[in-house]
Design a protein around this ligand. Sequence first.
Ligand SMILES: [Zn+2]
Length: 365
Amino acid sequence: MSFTLVATDGAARAGTLRLAHGTVETPVFMPVGTAATVKAISSNDLTEIGAQIVLANTYHLWLRPGLETLVAAGGLHRFMAWNAPILTDSGGFQVFSLESRRQLDEDGVTFRSHLDGSEHRFTPENVVHFQEALGVDIAMMLDVCVKLPATTDELEKAVDATSAWARRCVEAWTARDRTLLFAIAQGGLEERLRARSIEDLVQLDLPGYAIGGLSVGESREEMERMTRWCAAALPTNKPRYLMGVGTVRDVLAAIDGGIDMFDCVYPTRCGRNGRAMTRTGELHIKNAAFTRDFSPLDPHCDCRVCTTYTRAYLAHLFRANEMLGPQLLSYHNLYLLVRLVREARESIAMGTWRAVRETSLARLE
Ligand SMILES: [Zn+2]
């Protein structure tokens, strides 16, 4: 298992990440399958879309179906019938979002399930062991997340706690031949704290590094600035993962800033709500203008949905609350992002990334 940089164009990078269940070509968009399912999308669809790696979530899988079922199934890949790479998030973000239902201490965090109120406890060690037992290709460390805006004091404490937990995660990490362990840098929008977080984590010489605590309510300009800054501060020979990014504009900015991996629920959430992402911007399919629009959803897209169905039909499905509507729009939105990122990779390799990026951005105007 290793990461190889194959081309750069400005700060943008193309690489290959070899994992236990296959090789991922970067930059890569990872569809989010929180509860071991990318909502409304089958594993066959994911293959057809060209998804190389999917993301699942420790917090949700811990609560349901739980470790025993997942181990009895033969691991997460078998359970969800997906034989390509899987990355699991540590659940830190979800647990810290629970606010009144969680209690942080030096050793870990105790929380109440959003499902039934039952009490659970995450420690850096048991979160690593859980992900290893699931047999995932990439496990994320348990980090301490802070909601923005936050005070410098709050951010500083989160950085120090995350660094201390990272050292414990490395101690607990045993399945090194199968599961790569990535660290998550914190520090909000303050360069001094980001620098400290990255310096602490890079000392641990891990297989990859994520930038956490962004895309959580700050402006797009702030997010882009901090992404670029963090990417430049991270080692060049390791994959860089920006957590929670998935609009066309944000993906283009992340790639341009030197990010290799990103994930977001955005394409599938939009798809379920009738919002289609297209190369020329987003449209709401339930808009009256589409009732008799017999053109494809996105004329620039060659996916199964755009080559088969019309906007008028998709609009009808949503108006009639037919479940095929959310399925088809989710499929198209994922396809669009996966293809956009694949084209970005090709242009980086050919040295034409800047022109491709500018054309893509101009189309969105
Ligand atoms: Zn399409």
